[in-house]
Ligand binder design. Structure first.
Ligand code: RP5
Length: 176
């Protein structure tokens, strides 16, 4: 490990297939930041710059990366290419990019339908936030701080559903 790699350890890497994917992938960045996860990010294309995809995966491994999130649209092979070059868990985010004429189904199938033993853990179309939560869940297996934060967040989600149930009756007049 070089000195700079040692000085810049990361737990997660986020790879975008194009600069045009930035807005759709922003929720992943925000969620990792909220949970104070050290992460690196870059744009690299499984079709246009496959050497960079491979090189970056190897660099991130050396920096201690434990899981990689990859978001891409159209014929979205980025996550699959990553999975072919590293045994780190790869979480794929199929994107419905502006250029998609198939509503993101193209990306979903391209990301999820991997051959045996080279998996991509795939979240829903445009569900970058879930990819980040999934990555945090993996890290939380060995991190009590993160495990506790995830549990706290679940409590908030439960409270929101309970509040909506109350409002259904009290605010909107639906029968209990
Ligand atoms: C995919 O093609 C990218 O992930 C993006 O969603 C889509 C369009 O890419 P650009 O032509 O905008 O670079 O590879």
């Amino acid at each position: 490990m070089t000195e700079s790699e040692y000085k810049n350890p990361i737990d997660v890497g986020i790879m975008l297939g194009s600069g045009s994917d930035l807005d759709l992938m922003e929720p992943a960045r925000r969620k990792l930041k909220d949970y104070e996860i050290p992460f690196a990010s870059t744009v690299a294309s499984g079709h246009r710059t496959e050497e960079k995809v491979k090189r970056t995966a190897k660099e991130w491994e050396k920096r201690g990366c434990k899981v990689i999130i990859a978001g891409a649209g159209l014929a979205a092979h980025l996550a699959g290419v990553l999975s072919s070059v590293t045994t780190l868990p790869i979480i794929g985010v199929p994107l419905c990019s502006a250029k998609s004429t198939l509503g993101g189904l193209d990306s979903l199938l391209s990301t999820v339908q991997m051959p045996p033993e080279i998996p991509v853990l795939t979240v829903g179309i445009n569900r970058a936030e879930n990819a980040a939560i999934g990555a945090i869940q993996i890290l939380a297996l060995n991190n009590e701080r993160l495990a506790q934060l995830l549990k706290n967040n679940r409590r908030v989600l439960v409270a929101k559903v309970d509040q909506a149930a109350e409002e259904l009756a009290d605010k909107h007049g639906w029968p209990r």
